[in-house]
Design a binder for this molecule. Structure first.
Ligand code: PMP
Length: 357
């Protein structure tokens, strides 16, 4: 039996996707070469790229002025590419700080541009979501992280920006629910949670907002290079892109974003209910800010932590230890995690609490 893998990323993939990929390792769809061997130049790969774009158009309402780009360097490279490509003379780039990843994004932006804090919830231990408190009327853009993988909070509504271009790091909740692309200048996400395997990063970009002064910016750090070369200027992470293609097809077959969102809400609510009714488990995020994707909690008797990890492992549930900066536990309920797997986790947690009361 496969383990139930609740890791934050790289995370589990849906079984049907794995089954299809398994079959293509030796021969990718009759090409005579396998998944890891397919050339990035050639008709087959071009058609896979077209399919990815068409699936994304089907799943999300992407306006015609937007480009769909596939980059490398993870979400972390976007922390630099965004300020390098979207900054405008005499303006500032603003960052809403809701956790470690948005702080990391700000730090990189400070290296290459004029970047400022728009608002922060750090004094509250990032248990709540920040509001924009600075005057951002001179901003080139406002950057926010839609889901905070480490602290377990998630924006339900878009930050109020009053016409300022909005940039979103959606690495840990992309395609887990509908998102309005047209209300964003740029949305980016590393693949290793809801989009497949590490190595490729999805960028949805309104190209009208690109800066026209890119002097000194290396070619591979310019979005224009990806636009002009269909994201194939250099050797693309072929296998990760082929996994992404399969993930998108699976999501379409599973009913699209409304359906997956409904399932994700149900999964999260079952687990939060167990935590809320418990006197052992203590949810980390405030109720108003809770994430559907990463559910964080501690235990009121920390001496039981190791026992709980071992107990969960025996129940075949892994990847649940919290990030080192928060401690405790984190259950990542990305799209690939099923309701049944959540039920097993809920029963295991309830069982453990009963055994220790
Ligand atoms: N942003 C968020 C919200 C993340 O969860 C992560 C980590 N997966 C990153 C950025 C950094 O991603 P990467 O390791 O792909 O650079």
């Amino acid at each position: 039996m496969r383990t139930r893998n609740f890791a934050a990323g790289p995370s589990c993939l849906p079984l049907p996707v794995l089954e299809t990929l398994k079959d293509s390792i030796l021969d990718f769809e009759g090409e005579g070469v396998g998944l890891f061997e397919l050339p990035h130049r050639g008709k087959k790969f071009d058609s896979c790229m077209d399919e990815i774009k068409s699936s994304l158009h089907d799943l999300l309402d992407i306006p015609s002025s937007y480009e769909i780009l596939l980059t490398t360097g993870g979400a972390s490279l976007q922390f630099s590419m965004i300020p390098l490509n979207l900054s405008h003379e005499g303006r500032e780039n603003y960052y809403l700080l809701s956790g470690s990843w948005s702080k990391a994004a700000l730090k990189e932006a400070e290296e290459v541009s004029h970047a400022k804090v728009a608002g922060s919830s750090e004094v509250d231990g990032f248990r709540v979501l920040p509001e924009v408190t600075a005057d951002i009327s001179d901003a080139s853009y406002l950057h926010y992280t839609s889901n905070n993988t480490i602290y377990g909070t998630q924006f339900e509504d878009l930050p109020q920006v009053k016409g300022i271009p909005l940039v979103c790091d959606a690495s840990s909740d992309i395609l887990s629910r509908p998102i309005s692309v047209k209300d964003h200048a740029l949305i980016y996400a590393g693949a290793q949670k809801n989009l497949g395997t590490p190595g490729v990063t999805l960028v949805l970009l309104n190209k009208d907002l690109l800066s026209d002064s890119l002097k000194g910016v290396p070619k591979l750090l310019r979005y224009q290079t990806y636009i002009e070369n269909n994201s194939l200027y250099n050797t693309a992470p072929v296998s990760s892109i082929l996994v992404l293609r399969e993930m998108l097809k699976w999501l379409q077959k599973s009913g699209g974003l409304d359906q997956i969102h409904a399932t994700n809400k149900e999964k999260a609510s079952r687990l939060y209910q167990v935590l809320d009714e418990s006197s052992l488990y203590v949810p980390y995020a405030e109720k108003t800010a809770r994430s559907l994707m990463n559910i964080t909690f501690t235990v009121s008797r920390p001496e039981l932590e190791d026992d709980l990890v071992s107990f969960l492992k025996k129940e075949n549930c892994i990847g649940l230890k919290g990030h080192r900066s928060v401690g405790g536990f984190r259950a990542s309920l990305y799209n690939a995690i099923t309701l049944e797997e959540v039920d097993v986790l809920c029963s295991a947690l309830t069982h453990f609490e009963k055994n220790h009361s």
